[in-house]
Design a protein around this ligand. Structure first.
Ligand code: ZN
Length: 260
């Protein structure tokens, strides 16, 4: 998946004086750190920070992989999205408890490399805080994920849809409860990276968020399939074809008759 980073400086300067102008944009792969530095051909240097939380970015990567026909990659990224969502919840609740960031990082270090420990920490923290155990991924879906990630299984398109929908079904009620109970802490966690980058750099900073199929599914209560239809339309505007599970190619064949 690629995202578009604009040069805000020349867009801003030129738009004041002219009715039309050249807008420079860099089309780049998603970065793990969420920080995008760009020097446009006019020499303007800018920093753009992606404020979309990691789990939403991973869900968008999975959705795009599905439309590109990369089915194993779609399941791997849907699964990673859920794991990062558990981390996000833990961090939001720690913020709600006013725990200093350095103490959170110190504690997180002890569970950061093992997803089972993170799942355990999330489950108990949520139970203690909310009073009900969270709904987790059904066993059938865990089996599918393990087969894909550890045994090299190539899932079908429909299996990917079912898996992605199961991830939405787990995340959606938890996200809604969080937005209801900890709205300020949720917002703080989303903007944590941009605050950190702003404090570190003196040059202008642009905060970007990308279209998030996961957020649309939760906020509008729509299925993954409808989110994918929208993403297809969005990609069509950008002239990106959506293959999905298969595509029919038409090939013009010209036979040349040989002279005897
Ligand atoms: Zn520029």
């Amino acid at each position: 998946m690629r995202i578009e980073i604009d040069c805000q400086i020349c867009s801003h300067n030129e738009s004041k004086e002219k009715s039309s102008f050249v807008r420079y944009a860099r089309l780049c792969s998603v970065r793990d750190d969420g920080i995008y530095e760009f020097e446009c051909p006019e020499g303007h240097r800018s920093i753009t920070v992606l404020r979309t939380p990691k789990h939403e970015v991973l869900f968008a990567i999975a959705s795009n992989a599905l439309l590109d026909g990369y089915l194993r990659e779609a399941i791997a990224s849907f699964a990673a999205s859920l794991e990062r969502f558990y981390e996000f919840v833990i961090r939001v609740i720690c913020r709600a408890k006013s725990i200093p960031q350095k103490d959170i990082e110190k504690c997180w270090k002890s569970i950061s490399k093992q997803s089972e420990r993170q799942l355990g920490a999330f489950t108990m923290l949520w139970f203690v805080e909310i009073g009900d155990p969270p709904d987790l991924l059904p066993n059938k879906m865990i089996e599918l994920r393990n087969q894909v990630i550890h045994q090299g299984k190539v899932p079908t398109y429909q299996e990917c849809i079912k898996f992605g929908q199961a991830v939405i079904d787990v995340i959606s009620p938890i996200e809604c409860t969080m937005l209801d109970k900890f709205p300020d802490n949720h917002k703080d966690e989303c903007f944590a990276l941009s605050r950190y980058v702003r404090a570190k750099h003196e040059q202008p900073l642009t905060i970007l968020s990308i279209a998030s199929p996961l957020s649309a599914a939760i906020q509008e209560d729509i299925s993954l399939e409808i989110c994918l239809e929208r993403l297809c339309l969005h990609r069509r505007v950008q002239s990106v074809p959506s293959i999905g599970s298969e595509i029919i190619k038409s090939i013009a064949v010209h036979l040349v008759q040989q002279e005897i």
